[in-house]
Design a protein around this ligand. Structure first.
Ligand SMILES: C[S@@+](CC[C@H](N)C(=O)[O-])C[C@H]1O[C@@H](n2cnc3c(N)ncnc32)[C@H](O)[C@@H]1O
Length: 347
């Protein structure tokens, strides 16, 4: 891949041939150590000069979690699987909104600062980044499958345009409504209470899967494109908080709508691991990658906990599960420990 250097930005080149994905999931470097220039700006200044590291591997559930840059992993996957690898992608990319604004958190006025990864580089460079990761994802999707992308107005219009430029077929735009959003402190705007989730097929020819009956069962009639789902519960945050963590219920609904048991899901911006947790709970396979060390550690803990829970209660009845989990919660409370995703299972 030719390097296209942007002025003033740290670029990071990894040619497709620099990294090779081995059968066991490990990514190997071939030739000289990679250190120079991917041809797109990466919205992180602290990009590791290493290939993505496989930090969690669970063969029983086909779960592979990586620490690193998704563009590099996607390059290696495309080289190994030219016909596509994934049955679905759920992506929650940088919002590009951490630029000194204010918001209300727990009743207090705080600066919007979700991390370096979330800083805007201006609309053109932000758009180039969206184009690049969406291009990489498109190559890695199997022919008849779909991608979900969540975002606020800071990023979603660029994502929508990039999808059109790349020839994806946009299927729906979902409004995820938050029932109890933080108030708008400036009183100069409506209070933000929705995020958008775009659902798109790989291209115009894709014959995508839609589990229509399963979705109807949730609401008792044809499901609409406004989904009211609360924020992540306390149980979902018991291994730490990610500033833009999505509720497991939201990702689960997307996966239920568009995949079958045993399908392989990919998340290029794994954050605190929500997509991997949802995949474990729904018996989907999952590969995810996250750039930040602390986040990836949280993702691993959450996914291990979800897998423990699946193992322990997979076959148990709902009532038995509740009894056992309440016991688990009580003993965890005594020990001040975090039970195996008990909060999630009790939702
Ligand atoms: C919006 S958050 C995702 C939150 C996630 N959906 C969850 O529920 O926890 C985006 C994440 O992408 C990560 N990130 C940003 N650029 C990345 C890149 N190039 N490759 C991999 N991860 C990246 C950030 O560190 C951040 O944790």
């Amino acid at each position: 891949m030719a390097g296209r250097h942007e002025k003033g930005l740290r670029t990071h080149t990894v040619t497709t041939s620099a990294f090779v994905l081995r059968e066991d999931g490990v990514i190997e470097t071939i030739g000289d150590a990679p250190s120079l220039g991917k041809d797109v700006p990466i919205p992180n200044r602290d990009v590791p000069d290493l290939p993505p590291q496989l930090v969690h591997r669970d063969d029983a559930r086909s779960l592979w979690l990586y620490h690193g840059n998704c563009l590099e992993l996607l390059d290696a996957i495309a080289a190994k699987y030219p016909q596509g690898r994934f049955d679905c992608i759920f992506a929650d990319p940088p919002y590009f909104l951490s630029n000194g604004g204010i918001t209300c958190h727990a009743g207090r006025m705080v600066k919007v600062d979700k991390g370096d990864w979330d800083k805007s580089r201006g609309p053109e460079l932000n758009h180039q980044f969206n184009l690049e990761w969406l291009r990489c994802c498109q190559r890695a999707l199997k022919p008849n499958v779909t991608i979900w992308i969540s975002g606020t107005h800071h990023v979603i219009f660029s994502v929508g345009y990039a999808l059109q430029q790349l020839g994806y077929k946009i299927l729906n735009d979902i409004a995820w409504e938050k029932p109890n959003p933080p108030p708008n402190l400036s009183c100069r705007y409506f209070t933000h209470s929705t995020e958008t989730i775009l659902w798109a097929a790989k291209n115009e020819n894709s014959k995508h899967l839609f589990n229509y009956q399963a979705m109807n069962q949730v609401t008792g009639k044809q499901m609409k494109t406004v989904w009211t789902i609360g924020p992540p519960s306390n149980g979902e945050k018991c291994f730490g908080k990610h500033p833009t963590q999505k509720p497991v219920a939201l990702v689960e609904r997307c996966l239920l709508a568009s995949t079958n048991e045993g399908d392989l899901v990919f998340d290029p911006f794994l954050g605190g691991g929500t997509t991997a947790v949802a995949s474990v709970r729904l018996k989907r396979k999952c590969i995810g990658i996250e750039l930040d060390t602390k986040n990836v550690q949280m993702a691993v803990k959450r996914v291990e906990s979800a897998a423990r829970l699946r193992r322990a209660f997979g076959a148990a009845s709902r009532r038995t599960r509740r009894v056992v989990l309440l016991t688990d919660l009580l003993s965890a409370h005594k020990k001040k420990a975090c039970p195996a995703s008990a909060g999630q299972a009790l939702e």
